[in-house]
Design a protein around this ligand. Structure first.
Ligand code: ATP
Ligand code: MG
Length: 474
C-alpha cells in the first residue's frame, strides 16, 4: 500500500516537516488522514503528533506560510488548529500516554512517545503514522499491524479490547461505525470486547453517541451498523425503542413481520436514493410505535392501528432523548412518520382527485420525500407484489403531478384570509371566522370550488349566509 500525496498536500507536509525540524521536534502525520489516503477516501482533516509542545509547532508552521493563517490554540487540551484555504484542517497535538486508575473514569494524560500515542488510539487502522522526520521522512510507522488489517479489512484494537473500550467506551460505537462505513469485519476478540463492555456506553455523553449513530445512518448500508449495535447490546442502551421492534409473535398460526429488520430494510432501500439524514431518520422511526399499538384481532390477525399517529407523537420525545435538534428537521420527521401510510392507502382505492389534493395539501413540499419513504417501505419477499405496489405508486405520483398542475395545492395559501372574512362580515376574531376558513379549505380540497379568489369569495358569502351573517357594506 502506497500513499500518493497531492501537490497541495505535499506543500503543507513539507512546511510542517521544516517547522518541526527547526524546533527539533519529532513529528508524525497520524490517524484518520493516513487511513483514508491509503483507502483512497476523500479527506481534508490531517492530524499531526509531535513529541513535545504542539502549540509551539503549530505557531511555527503558520509563521512559515504566506499568507499567514490564524492558529487556534486550545491550551487546556494542549492542541492547536490551523485552517487553510481550500478547506484543509490541520490539527496539532503532543504525543500522550494515558494511564487509568481503576477508581476513576478520567484518564491521567501525560507526555509520551509516538508509540504511546499510537497505543491509545481506537483501532490499528487508525493508529498508523507517517514520519515527517529527516532521518526517515515518509516512512510508515505501523507497530500494530494496521496495514495488514487494512488489507484484510479487519477492525482490531491495538491494546486488548477490554482495555481499549473500558478506557473510552465511545470506541465501541466508532468500531461499529467504521465496520458500516468501510464494510470491514470486526475481529473476533474485538467483537467480544464490545459485547462485554456494552454497559459502559452509559458514561459517554449523548452528543458523542448520537454523532456516531448519525454517521452510521448516513452510511451506504446503514443496516450493517444498526444490526451490529443491536447484536452487541449497545442499541438496547442507547435506543431501546428500536430494539422493542425486534421479534415476531404468532397466534393461531398467524404471525407478523419482525419490525426491527423490516425497518432496517426500509432504511437500506431508502439510502439507495437519498443522503438526507432526516429523511433517513424518518425511515428509522416510521414504525416506531408498532409495539405500543399491536393488537390481535380474532380471525383476522395482527394489527397496528394508529401506529403512525402514536409514532408521530414519539418523534419529539426520541429527538429529545437522543439530543437531536428540536427544530424543522424534527417536524419534518414527525410529519413523514404521521403520513407514511397515506400514499399506500391511495393505491388501494379508486383514487379521487380530492384524496390526492388532501395528500398534497398535508405533505406540501415534502411530498417527494414522502413518496420516496413509502416506496422504500415496500419490503415484501413476493416480487410480484412489490412490482404491483411500485407501479401503483407510479400512478399515485402521476396523479399528484396532474392535480398539482391543475390546482397548485403544494404551497396552498387560502385565497381568502381571516382578515378579509372579518372585514366582510364586520366580525372580531371569533369562532365563525375559523368555521368559514375551514369550510373554504375543505371545499377547495374536495373540489367543490376552484382554487381561485373569485370562487372562494362567492363561497365565503354563501357560507356566511348559512351562519346567519350579513356582509357589512363597505
Ligand atoms: P472521521 O473523521 O471519519 O470521524 P477519524 O478516525 O478520522 O474518523 P477523528 O475524530 O477525525 O476520527 O479522529 C482522528 C484520529 O484520532 C482517529 O483516526 C484516531 O486515531 C484518533 N481517535 C479519535 N477518536 C478516538 C477515540 N475515541 N479513541 C481513540 N482514538 C481516537
Ligand atoms: Mg478525521
Amino acid at each position: 500500500m502506497k500513499i500518493l500525496f497531492t501537490k497541495i498536500e505535499q506543500g503543507w507536509l513539507t512546511q510542517v516537516a521544516q517547522a518541526a525540524s527547526s524546533l527539533g521536534l519529532e513529528t508524525y502525520l497520524v490517524g484518520g488522514f493516513v487511513r483514508d489516503k491509503l483507502l483512497n477516501r476523500p479527506t481534508k482533516d490531517a492530524d499531526f503528533v509531535c513529541v513535545g509542545d504542539a502549540l509551539m509547532l503549530a505557531q511555527k508552521v503558520a509563521a512559515g506560510m504566506t499568507p499567514r493563517p490564524t492558529v487556534s490554540l486550545f491550551k487546556t487540551f494542549g492542541t492547536a488548529h490551523i485552517q487553510l484555504p481550500g478547506g484543509w484542517d490541520l490539527e496539532f497535538v503532543g504525543a500522550r500516554r494515558e494511564s487509568y486508575q481503576s477508581n476513576s473514569r478520567k484518564p491521567q494524560v501525560e507526555p509520551g512517545t509516538i508509540q504511546d500515542d499510537q497505543l491509545r488510539r481506537d483501532l490499528t487502522i487508525n493508529a498508523l503514522a507517517i514520519s515527517l522526520n529527516a532521518s526517515n521522512y515518509g516512512d510508515l510507522v505501523d507497530p500494530f499491524g494496521g496495514i495488514a488489517d487494512l488489507e484484510q479489512k479487519i477492525l482490531r484494537t491495538p491494546l486488548p479490547p477490554d482495555q481499549t473500550f473500558a478506557d473510552d467506551p465511545l470506541r465501541m460505537m466508532r468500531t461499529i461505525r467504521f465496520a458500516t462505513q468501510l464494510g470491514f469485519t470486526i475481529d473476533e476478540n474485538t467483537w467480544t470486547g464490545i459485547c462485554q463492555q456494552a454497559e459502559r456506553i452509559k458514561i459517554i455523553s449523548q452528543e458523542r453517541i448520537t454523532d456516531e449513530l448519525n454517521k452510521i445512518i448516513l452510511a451506504d448500508k446503514p443496516s450493517v451498523g444498526l444490526d451490529l449495535l443491536y447484536r452487541s447490546g449497545l442499541m438496547e442502551r442507547i435506543f431501546p425503542q428500536l430494539v422493542a421492534l425486534r421479534g415476531a409473535e404468532y397466534r393461531d398460526g398467524l404471525g407478523h413481520k419482525d419490525n426491527f429488520y423490516h425497518t432496517l430494510q426500509v432504511l437500506d432501500n431508502l439510502s439507495l436514493n437519498t443522503n438526507d439524514l432526516w429523511l433517513r431518520w424518518a425511515a428509522v422511526l416510521h414504525d416506531i410505535a408498532k409495539p405500543q399499538t399491536k393488537r390481535f384481532e380474532e380471525g383476522h390477525g395482527w394489527t397496528f392501528h394508529g401506529h403512525e399517529v402514536v409514532g408521530g407523537r414519539m418523534v419529539p420525545k426520541i429527538f429529545t432523548q437522543l439530543k437531536l435538534p428540536l427544530n424543522e428537521h424534527m417536524r419534518f420527521v414527525r410529519k413523514l412518520v404521521e403520513l407514511h401510510l397515506r400514499p399506500i392507502s391511495l393505491t388501494k382505492e379508486n383514487i379521487t382527485d380530492s384524496a390526492i389534493r388532501r395528500l398534497l395539501f398535508e405533505a406540501g413540499d415534502d411530498i417527494d420525500s414522502l413518496m420516496m419513504l413509502c416506496e422504500a417501505d415496500i419490503t415484501s419477499k413476493n416480487k410480484q407484489k412489490v412490482n404491483r405496489y411500485l407501479s401503483n405508486f407510479q400512478l399515485v405520483r402521476e396523479r399528484c403531478r396532474e392535480v398539482e398542475e391543475k390546482d397548485q395545492i403544494r404551497n396552498w395559501q387560502p385565497p381568502i384570509s381571516g382578515e378579509l372574512i372579518m372585514q366582510t362580515f364586520g366580525l372580531s376574531p371569533s369562532k365563525p371566522v375559523g368555521i368559514i376558513k375551514d369550510s373554504l379549505k375543505d371545499a377547495m380540497l374536495d373540489g367543490v370550488i376552484a382554487n381561485t379568489y373569485e370562487a372562494a369569495h362567492a363561497y365565503m358569502l354563501e357560507k356566511g349566509k348559512e351562519l346567519g351573517l350579513t356582509p357589512v357594506s363597505s
